[in-house]
Write a protein that binds this ligand. Structure first.
Ligand SMILES: NC(=O)c1ccc[n+]([C@@H]2O[C@H](COP(=O)([O-])OP(=O)(O)OC[C@H]3O[C@@H](n4cnc5c(N)ncnc54)[C@H](OP(=O)(O)O)[C@@H]3O)[C@@H](O)[C@H]2O)c1
Length: 329
């Protein structure tokens, strides 16, 4: 397969290339790196491989079997049609196609079987909906989830490489005793938490909260009542989630542990819980603080941690690509 990566220089794009090489899905000769005009002609070093970055243009998808988009929605909207017209399979990381009823939204541990010969374009879910669904879907099948209440603790890498640089600069500035200031976030992020991820909508929710709820409903079950509060925290990589589920059927903690220990891409945390820095580099969702919710007889409380550049990002894109390869072969 000849594979083009659009957004190759970004956080997710670099992670995608590294995983393609490490998992032996593609050699460096099979990978074409595309990015904005700013990066055209620059080199990108990933492990021992060096790539020359080309400017993404409408005419550079010929001879590509698959194109992985790791770009913001507007860039995906502009170039995905050209990639499809060139006959390539497309996997898009952005939110642009996720809620389109014609486009399968894939969370690989949950619904990878929706990758078929019929579809050329796939979207994967965001880096919160994916880990939450990875844990929630098996619980829903076994016990029936009626309601989910979600609170996220999202790392700055989820907002792209420029946000990571901004966070580092803000921290450095505060450590040098300058007043807290920001150029990138709604409020200063250094040594702070911000209960706003994305713009606010008319109903008071943020766009991130809307996406988490809508994507979970599309993939897991539209009947589940879901609320979410998305919070940005000064962590570089790794998202955490406090998840409260209300189940239809009675359960025991031992049954839930048993179920989750055999669920795809789920690991039970050692020593009660995981933290972001402990899960970086893993494709799995780590589940800890598993306990009965004292406020509801069928309620359960969980703490989730995952690497946001892999689960709900590069790992999802690559697993979709591998499934495409399998149905085409
Ligand atoms: N970060 C996460 O945790 C995460 C998880 C799931 C999904 N996503 C989604 O994945 C996408 C990429 O996120 P990211 O965090 O990797 O962002 P990022 O670090 O900001 O990277 C953005 C990439 O897009 C490229 N780009 C910008 N303008 C372009 C243009 N006109 N033509 C072609 N390429 C262009 C950039 O190239 P230059 O370097 O040349 O500017 C860069 O390679 C977003 O839609 C995001 O919502 C992110």
């Amino acid at each position: 397969m000849q594979i083009a990566i659009v957004g190759a220089t970004g956080n997710v794009g670099r992670s995608v290339i590294q995983m393609l090489l490490q998992k032996g899905i593609a050699s460096d000769q099979q990978i074409k790196c595309l990015a904005s005009p700013r990066s055209a002609g620059s080199t990108l070093s990933i492990d021992q491989h060096v790539f020359t970055v080309q400017e993404a243009r409408h005419d550079n998808f010929s001879h590509c079997d698959a194109v992985l988009f790791n770009t913001e929605s507007d860039i995906s909207a502009e170039y995905v049609p050209a990639a499809l017209a060139a006959g390539a399979f497309v996997v898009d990381s952005s939110s642009h196609y996720r809620l389109d009823p014609q486009v399968p939204l894939i969370i690989p541990p949950v619904n990878i079987d929706q990758v078929t010969r019929q579809h050329k374009l796939y979207a994967h879910a965001n880096c919160l909906a994916s880990p939450i669904a990875t844990v929630m879907a098996p619980l829903h099948r076994a016990f029936g989830v009626v309601r989910a209440s979600i609170c996220t603790y999202q790392s700055v890498s989820g907002a792209g490489k420029a946000a990571m640089d901004a966070c580092r600069q803000e921290m450095q500035s505060v450590l040098e005793n300058h007043p807290a200031q920001t150029t990138r976030f709604p409020r200063p992020i250094a040594f702070n938490v911000i209960p706003q991820v994305g713009d606010f909508r008319d109903d008071g929710s943020s766009y991130e909260e809307f996406k988490i709820i809508a994507e979970l409903k599309k993939v897991v079950d539209a009947q589940i009542a879901i609320s979410a509060t998305a919070v940005r925290v000064p962590v570089m990589v790794g998202h955490s989630i406090a998840l409260q589920l209300e189940l239809t059927n009675p359960y025991s903690i031992a049954e839930v542990q048993q179920l989750l220990s055999s669920a795809r891409n789920v690991q039970l945390s050692a020593h009660h819980y995981s933290t972001p820095i402990e899960v970086v580099g893993s494709d799995d969702v780590f589940v800890g603080r598993l306990r009965q919710d004292p406020s509801h007889p069928h309620g359960i409380l969980l703490w989730l941690c995952s690497d946001n550049l892999r689960r709900g990002a590069a790992a999802d894109a690559i697993e979709i690509l591998a499934a495409i390869k399998a149905v085409v072969d």
